[in-house]
Design a protein around this ligand. Structure first.
Ligand SMILES: Nc1ncnc2c1ncn2[C@@H]1O[C@H](COP(=O)(O)OP(=O)(O)O)[C@@H](O)[C@H]1O
Ligand SMILES: C[C@@](O)(CCOP(=O)(O)O)CC(=O)O
Length: 517
């Protein structure tokens, strides 16, 4: 496995992230994961089973830290405006965050409970492991050990193999396809938990709910990856969380750490992700993303002033697999290397041209000419994706309906093969035309999503208490506990209970890293 450290303190021209100068080994005790220390807790050696009290150890014993309060993290989904698939092959892509988000509640158990639980009710998955039984010594062997600042660019097959026994009793009664998804979720979590955590990690539960349609091209898996990475790094105190007057460099460093580990989680789910999804989900807003060398960090150019484009987001409700679509393009490239390379080059040119237009100082979202120039590029990008074989008849049907009404420009977004399309709406389209289109989409079983682009990236609610401008605020706000989080009804219930916007502007409580400058 390759571990790279960025060169000292240099800023990496394009990406807006600070190349970090990291310690050779962690300087804080939080990631000191040598299992020996935890084997001698309270002067009891665990090797012989005999109880020996060692007075020196006893005197040096650290004060036990107070239990962490429950806290939450949240990360946004994304749309890829230009460059999906090409981005896996080293070309640039433009992606923007959307207002649909995932929410993760982290609750710490009492000290005697040595278990870790994943609870993903959206996919009907829950599993608990004994922390002490997990293969810590393999993950923490000096030849394998990774730290919170490591850049991990591939999964270690030996480490992947050593967690397999811990996936064997995951969802044994579910149908094979569902079981596979559950095992994948469990595996990606365990890989990150074992890489970052230690045997002395506190028992805890991770409960996730999301308002993002699953597997629809809106980056749902990346939001989970980002939430998990942010939660674990917060528990380890490897990041402090956003705070007022935080220097932008510090915020960038923390965001970078989250993004690096989210990528590891994504690798487990997808095999060969470009990293664009987790990057835009971590950082928010919009980015031009490119990864030319998989052993190095990508270049990420933030587009802070990404225009508020009038977009219609339509879910075909055809499930797809990102891994499958990516593999399909890979195979096509193998069979027709020159031809596919030239299609990917064309996608790259389209992405370049659109980045130029979208960042023009006088780009005006109410100008038909501005929108048409972007829209035409979307149409071209879609055509190129069709030629790569990743569209689907239902995606083509959305395009047909939109084209028939003549109200905008449509392309698939994400991996394709189903999932979602985006339509850039022409300015001044009549309400009646829009209504007709929406009725037709509804009649044919498509789902329309209202979303805004370019919102905040990963955020933290610490502790899990929100102020809503309601009566309970006088007593310090409303505490989000496991029961009310689990019983919130549907997307609306989740948004109302814990949403970063709560329907009435930003709520008091959620904090976001501010990396702009
Ligand atoms: N709400 C959720 N709860 C639990 N796991 C989820 C959820 N949403 C997505 N996932 C995980 O992400 C996978 C879908 O990822 P992917 O195919 O990349 O779709 P997308 O295009 O939405 O990112 C699911 O199979 C599951 O492992
Ligand atoms: C096809 C691809 O470019 C985007 C996939 O997006 P999604 O998983 O469909 O949300 C793959 C990638 O960038 O890793």
């Amino acid at each position: 496995m390759t571990t790279q450290r960025a060169s000292n303190g240099q800023t990496n021209g394009h990406n807006g992230f600070h190349s970090e100068s990291e310690p050779e080994s962690p300087t804080t005790d939080i990631t000191d994961s040598s299992d020996t220390s935890s084997d001698i807790v309270n002067g009891i050696t665990n090797g012989t089973g005999s109880l020996k009290l060692n007075p020196r150890r006893k005197m040096k014993r650290k004060q036990s830290s107070p239990m962490m309060p429950a806290f939450m993290v949240s990360a946004p989904g994304k749309v890829i405006m230009f460059g999906e698939h090409a981005v896996v092959h080293g070309k640039a892509a433009i992606a923007a965050s959307i207002s649909l988000r995932s929410y993760l509640l982290v609750t710490t158990l009492s000290k005697s409970k040595r278990t870790v639980t994943l609870r993903f009710p959206d996919i009907d998955f829950s599993h608990t492991w004994n922390i002490d039984d997990l293969p810590w010594s393999t993950f923490h062997h000096p030849s394998k050990k990774k730290y919170y600042y490591s850049l991990v660019t591939e999964l270690d097959p030996e480490l992947v193999a050593c967690i397999q026994p811990f996936l064997a009793d995951v969802s044994p009664d579910k149908p094979a396809g569902i079981r596979k998804v559950h095992q994948n979720s469990a595996g990606s979590f365990l890989y990150m938990f074992l890489s970052l955590g230690s045997k002395s990690f506190p028992g805890c539960q991770y409960t996730l709910r999301s308002t993002i349609p699953i597997g629809a091209g809106l980056g749902s898996s990346a939001t989970i990856a980002v939430c998990m990475a942010a939660a674990l790094l917060t528990q380890l105190r490897a990041i402090t969380g956003p705070h007022p007057d935080q220097p932008a460099d510090e915020a960038r460093l923390q965001i970078e750490r989250i993004n690096r580990w989210a990528y590891v989680y994504e690798m487990f789910i997808h095999g060969n992700p470009s990293g664009v999804d987790n990057t835009v989900s971590t950082q928010g807003k919009a980015v031009v993303f490119q990864r030319t060398d998989y052993d190095k960090p990508p270049t990420v150019r933030p587009l802070w002033d990404f225009p508020e484009l009038p977009l219609l987001l339509v879910d075909t409700r055809v499930p797809k697999s990102t891994a499958h679509e990516v593999a399909k393009v890979g195979k096509l490239k193998q069979r027709h290397p020159k031809l596919v390379a030239s299609i990917l080059d064309s996608v790259d040119k389209v992405t370049d041209a659109s980045a130029e237009i979208l960042t023009e100082d006088d780009f005006d979202t109410s100008s038909e000419d501005c929108l048409a120039r972007v829209g035409e590029l979307m149409t071209i990008n879609h055509g190129l994706l069709v030629s790569l074989g990743v569209s689907h008849p239902r995606l083509e049907r959305v395009r047909e309906l939109v084209d028939h009404e003549g109200i905008g420009w449509t392309k698939l977004t994400g991996a394709g093969g189903g999932g979602c399309s985006i339509t850039l709406l022409k300015p001044g389209v009549s309400r009646s035309k829009l209504d007709r289109l929406e009725e037709q989409l509804d009649e044919e079983g498509f789902q329309k999503f209202e979303t805004t682009l370019g919102g905040d990236g990963v955020g933290v609610l610490w502790p899990a208490v929100l102020k809503n401008g309601m009566d309970e605020d006088e007593e310090g706000g409303m505490e989000i506990d496991l029961d009310n989080f689990l019983s919130a009804e549907g997307n609306e219930g989740v948004e109302r209970l814990v949403g970063v916007h709560g329907g009435k502007g930003e709520r008091e409580g959620w904090k976001f890293w501010r990396v702009e400058s």
